[in-house]
Ligand binder design. Structure first.
Ligand SMILES: C[S@@+](CC[C@H](N)C(=O)[O-])C[C@H]1O[C@@H](n2cnc3c(N)ncnc32)[C@H](O)[C@@H]1O
Length: 390
């Protein structure tokens, strides 16, 4: 049996080059202390499957010391993990992306860190090693998850300050913070995290606007209480509870569906680069996801576009081989497919910028995405849902 220490070292080598302090933290805080005996793992894009420490120890250890997320909760705890089917709502994130976020955060010993999403407690322990546990405040919304994290942390020998509640509120009494480490996906940055931080503080978060691609976000807080920064990479995380999209409603047979056609190949949008996804999402406020699954009619590709706040507003555009025009089925009156394709061609007009040319500014009254410079904001969706401005 390979020792835990050797497994951790092999994983660190696989993830290298790593910042020396992050690598040291990963050596000092073994991941296996934070993974429950029964959990879910998916290797190389396979469907998630049960790992069971007692039934198949080798499989469990292999998963824990691989660069994959380990799912520890489904459907907010209402579905048994052993069914391996449902929406993942808590996990021990993949070590590679954990390391990249910690490198972006760049916490010095003694800096005060606010963490959102304690999960298993692993990242709270890594932060405790990096800055000292007394400087770490970690908030978890789910009481059952939070209780297990507290136990894991205590058994591993770390005592950060743990709070059970909605992380969007932050924790003013433990501020001002020098770093904010967010480990659940967000569509909007709660201003409390900025107002509770010191000028010069760094915030890192998975930014998940929901239009196909998800990003790493790094912001710096300025003395005027504004935060500004860029999207240095891609990262897909489970969404913060209060920011989940409402699921689209299936209309019954009697309801009115708009049957439209489009000359634009739906794969143009479905396979667009992450820069286009970012721009379209910011300009329309819509979300999208695609599927390649063939149906009984044979090969096809579908992309769903929906309003994350309105279950009655969505469209699906369907690609089939050898078509001159493609079918769009729209529910509700908002012309979501048209808005998406308009936004896509604006992005083409700008020279098809990749996501690293975009940035974000947060102010007390909201956030905006810009191209190249903060003075060049993208037009946001107007209240009528149509594109406004330039
Ligand atoms: C990817 S997991 C966190 C991984 C964790 N940092 C670790 O090392 O195991 C995301 C966590 O965010 C939590 N979460 C979701 N919404 C939240 C909220 N509003 N406030 C605090 N935590 C939240 C989820 O319950 C989940 O445990």
């Amino acid at each position: 049996m390979i020792s835990a220490r050797d497994r951790a070292e092999a994983l660190i080598q696989e993830l290298s080059p790593l910042d020396r302090r992050v690598a040291d933290a990963m050596r000092a805080v073994p991941r296996h202390l934070f993974v429950p005996p029964v959990a879910l793992a998916s290797f190389d894009g396979e469907d998630a499957r049960v790992i069971d420490r007692e039934a198949d120890p080798r499989d469990w250890w292999d998963a824990v010391y691989s660069d994959i997320p380990i799912i520890t909760q489904l459907d907010d705890g209402t579905t048994d993990l052993r069914t391996a089917s449902g929406t993942s709502t808590s996990s021990c994130s993949a070590p590679g992306i954990v390391a990249r976020f910690l490198e972006l955060l760049d916490p010095e010993p003694g800096t005060r860190v606010l963490e959102i999403g304690t999960g298993t407690g692993w990242t709270a322990a890594l932060l405790s090693h990096l800055v000292g546990a007394a400087n770490v405040t970690s908030i978890e919304v789910d009481p059952v998850v939070a209780e297990r994290a507290a136990k894991n942390l205590s058994e591993a020998g770390f005592q950060p300050h743990l709070i059970v509640g909605d992380g969007a509120q932050g924790c003013a009494s433990r501020g001002p913070f020098d770093r904010v480490h967010v480990t659940c996906g967000i569509r909007t940055v709660p201003y409390a995290w900025i107002s509770q931080s010191r000028p010069g503080a760094v915030l890192v978060a998975p930014y998940s606007p929901g239009f196909q691609s998800d990003f790493q976000l790094r912001l710096v807080v300025t003395p005027t209480g504004v935060a500004q920064g860029r999207l240095p990479g891609l990262a897909s995380y489970m969404l913060m509870r209060s920011q989940r999209a409402v699921p689209g409603r299936q209309p019954d047979e009697t309801e009115n569906k708009h049957h439209l056609t489009t000359r634009i190949d739906p794969r143009t949008i479905a396979c667009a680069p992450a820069g286009a996804d970012l721009a379209i999402g910011a300009m329309t406020g819509l979300t999208a996801h695609g599927s390649d699954e063939p149906d009984e009619d044979g090969e096809r590709h579908r992309i769903w576009v929906s309003d994350p706040h309105d279950p009655d507003s969505w469209a699906v555009a369907i690609w089939r081989p050898d078509s001159e025009e493609y079918e769009v089925v729209q529910i509700g009156d908002r012309p979501v497919w048209e808005e998406v394709t308009d936004a896509y061609f604006r992005w083409v007009d700008w020279g098809e910028p990749d996501y690293d040319r975009f940035g974000m500014t947060i102010e007390p009254d909201g956030q905006r995405i810009w191209l190249d410079r903060p003075e060049n904001p993208l037009p946001g969706p107007s209240p009528t849902g149509c594109l406004s401005g330039n």
